[in-house]
Design a protein around this ligand. Sequence first.
Ligand code: FEO
Length: 404
Amino acid sequence: MKPTEIKPDIYWVGAIDWAVRDFHGYVTPQGTTYNNYLIMDEDITLVDTVKYDFATTALKNIANIVDPAKIRNVVINHVENDHVSSLDRVMALAPEAKIFITERGLQVVERFFDVSPWDITIVSSGDELKIGKHTLQFLETPMLHWPDSMMTYIPEAKLLISQDAFGQHLATSARFDDEFTRCASHAELEEAVVDYYANILMPFGMLIKAKIKEIGELGLDIDMIAPDHGIIWRSEPERVLQMYGDMAAGAADLSVAIIYDTMWHSTEIMTQPIMEGIKDAGVDVKVIKLRDTPMSVAIKEFWKSRGCLVGSPTLNNEVFPSVAQFMTHLRGLRPSNRIAGAFGSYGWSGGAVKWLFSELEQMKLETVEPGVEVKYRPSPDDMEQCYAFGQEFAAKVREYHKQF
Ligand code: FEO
């Protein structure tokens, strides 16, 4: 993909990763992009670098516009490997360039590279860099989503380069939202935003709320948001800001995700009357079997629904391993504003449901107890109990949902 001029004298010079399907354990069925931006001005400035494997592509894109040796500034908004691991390749070609990075960003970069030959300036919120007709204003966004993270705002271009925030894992020849939605639906784009938020930004809702408020109070005039992954928000930047604001405030569908695994199908059989009970109570419901579903998809489905029921058999007095893995992953994402319950089956002694409730309570989620736990195969009475449980849970979800 050739460079794309996204604003006068500002170019996307990134790379499209059409093939990646496992992004540090997170499934990316539609690949991703690594975006970085070249600003042609008196002091030519590169904002962000790309994943090491794509350094040659990005450098070729830069060379299509200017000799990389002429780059005077390199801004590093975020130091995760997919953005900073080719910094040494860039600096080898642009040895005169100064690097601008947060203090905490430098602490990470020092662990990857010998930075002693480089001219590095620490920046923080409020600092500015005048590069000619453009000004770069730095805005730290700690824990969105790493301690080092920051954004770069260019007032003359009304452009916010937002690093991971507002990104999506989408490999596409479209560079802009309106290009993407010419061939795909808005729903597909929004699904990618939700997927990204659920798996990466879920723990940071309070920080996101505060940062969006801060951006509003700063009065930044933004007509384009350029993240480091996926499409650039040219047509409707306010759409993604609104989505982030809504998700940070707890937005979810009035629906239930039943997320389970099963040994000899007993727990699986229970999902059907529970699902029917929820559906008959007028609440949408989706059933997700963990071993057949990538973890990041299960997390996304959890995040989209107001309610979640987790199902597990008891194995060797413990919860089923794939369910334990899901719960561990979920706990790390610090979910909130969701209501949950548990169900499962056992042979000679139970325990999984009790363990699930203790985990849900540790996550400080609203719970509907005691759930349902059946011995061996669900009997007709058990099936009726599961149906009633589904109805009861749906009613609780509906009531809980009213506060949002
Ligand atoms: Fe795209 Fe936090 O890295």
